[in-house]
Ligand binder design. Structure first.
Ligand code: AMP
Length: 441
């Protein structure tokens, strides 16, 4: 495997990477950076967590290192489109981190926040503009952004763009870009619609692909906890007594659910916050910052808000509610296995979520090991899930324990919060519960 120095990147970039502690390119970086440096178009199939941001960020920075240009008012040289404000912010942060030794102006543009600052920044001139499509269109209509000078165009998370209804805007934006340009499209999945968009936008692209869903999942220890709906919050409170859960991302299905869970945790002395679409932009940023800085131990999120959250050192992901869509499960639990790290994913499954569970297990092509040694274990739900689960899953379950028993991820591996060294640390507030051995109690 090459190191970054072998990719012929400029010294200021190499120094910034080394400051970050990055020595070796991730697979997507290794495959994408050389053709991008040659100026090729690229179609990348990769999820967040693979290091895809640096795959396109580093070649962009390299082009400025080779050809330093003065920023021109309202006319960026590089346009990066992403579906959510969080992702836009993160991409800009990555660019600033990797490009911190270069005199570049990197500007974000997204809705839900005042236009004023964005307009002023555009007037001063920016080299790289990172934007969500809606706000960018607004600024273009008001002639604060002109895309005539764009020579690199990146579309990140194209599949999510389409899911969120941005396709029209994306096409309108692409239409006004110069024909002579380099185009990069990244997507976690490649449904027909994204393929169509890629055909329209890209010119003889290099195709790179990494980490199909099931591979990411393999690095993550998964646990399934059957629990009655009404017991979920109490179970979560119990789990949070485990000090091994240092930084946890908790997923709920609804925005109100996220607020309720965050409040419950807060009332139980766990530093927590919620992040979802109903929250004002600055509240979301504050929550993310608190989480990243370690001031907040538990961040409760809905799927859309969490998409693209890039926080290192997430020790656990808890699915308070299972997602309706199986691919979201993979995205969610992937938050705890960033760039090669491993992590632990704990999923609650209530009676009405058995169908979701079935879909998830089909998607990841393996059963999620059951942990039954918790005080709220609902044997009836476990039994009916066992009867529900398709023949494939049951066959793979190795016959041991099935849905009812401790399964492979049971207390023998140290409880739901993870096996290993510190087993038995922490204390249960509920005192000794039957079958509570594994909960680090
Ligand atoms: P991304 O898929 O772009 O969201 O990146 C996922 C995470 O991996 C981010 O936290 C990056 O800071 C980190 N990362 C990116 N490239 C590398 C690398 N070559 N070595 C180690 N970490 C990396």
């Amino acid at each position: 495997m090459t190191d970054f120095a072998g990719l012929n990147l400029a010294q200021p970039i190499l120094r910034a990477l080394s400051d970050e502690g990055y020595t070796t390119p991730t697979p997507i970086q290794e495959k994408s950076i050389p053709p991008l440096l040659e100026g090729r178009d690229l179609l990348g199939v990769a999820q967040t967590g693979t290091g895809k941001t640096a795959s396109f960020a580093l070649p962009i920075l390299q082009s400025f290192a080779e050809n330093s240009r003065k920023a021109v008012p309202n006319r960026p040289f590089v346009l990066i489109l992403a579906p959510t404000r969080e992702l836009v912010t993160q991409i800009a942060e990555s660019l600033r981190t990797y490009g911190r030794q270069m005199p570049l102006r990197i500007q974000t543009v997204f809705g839900g926040t005042s236009m004023r600052n964005q307009i002023v920044a555009m007037q001063r001139g920016v080299h790289i503009l990172v934007a969500t499509p809606g706000r960018l269109m607004d600024l273009m209509k008001q002639r604060h952004v002109n895309l005539d000078s764009v020579d690199v165009f990146v579309l990140d998370e194209a599949d999510r763009m389409l899911d969120m209804g941005f396709i029209g805007d994306v096409k309108r934006i692409a239409k006004v870009l110069p024909h002579e340009r380099q185009t990069v499209l990244f997507s976690a999945t490649m449904p027909k619609t994204v393929e169509g968009l890629a055909n329209e936008l890209l010119n003889d692209p290099v195709k790179v692909e990494v980490t199909p869903a099931a591979t990411t999942v393999e690095k993550i220890e998964q646990r399934l906890l059957f629990v009655a709906k009404d017991d979920k919050r109490a179970l979560l409170g119990e789990l949070m007594n485990d000090p091994r859960i240092e930084r946890v991302l908790i997923f709920t299905r609804t925005k109100h659910g996220a607020d309720r869970v965050a409040r419950h945790l807060h009332d139980n002395g766990v530093k927590s916050d919620a992040i979802h679409g109903n929250k004002a932009q600055n509240a979301r940023q504050r929550a993310l910052k608190g989480f990243r800085d370690g001031d907040i131990r538990a961040l409760v999120a809905t799927d859309i808000a969490a998409r693209g959250i890039d926080v290192d050192g997430v020790t656990h992901v808890i699915n308070f509610d299972l997602p309706n869509d199986a691919e979201s499960y993979v995205h969610r639990i992937g938050r705890t296995a960033r760039a090669g790290a491993s992590g632990i994913a704990i999923s609650f499954c209530a009676h009405d979520e058995r169908g979701c569970l079935r879909d998830i297990e089909k998607c990841i092509r393996q059963p999620v090991p059951v942990f039954a040694g918790h005080p709220y274990h609902a044997a009836d739900i476990a039994n009916s899930a066992a009867n529900d689960s398709g023949p494939d899953v049951r066959k793979n379950n190795g016959g041991g324990g099935g849905r009812n028993g401790q399964g492979r991820g049971g207390p023998s591996r140290g409880g739901p919060s993870g096996g290993g060294a510190k087993r038995g640390g922490g204390r249960s507030r509920r005192g000794s519960q039957g079958g509570n051995r594994g909960m680090a109690a």
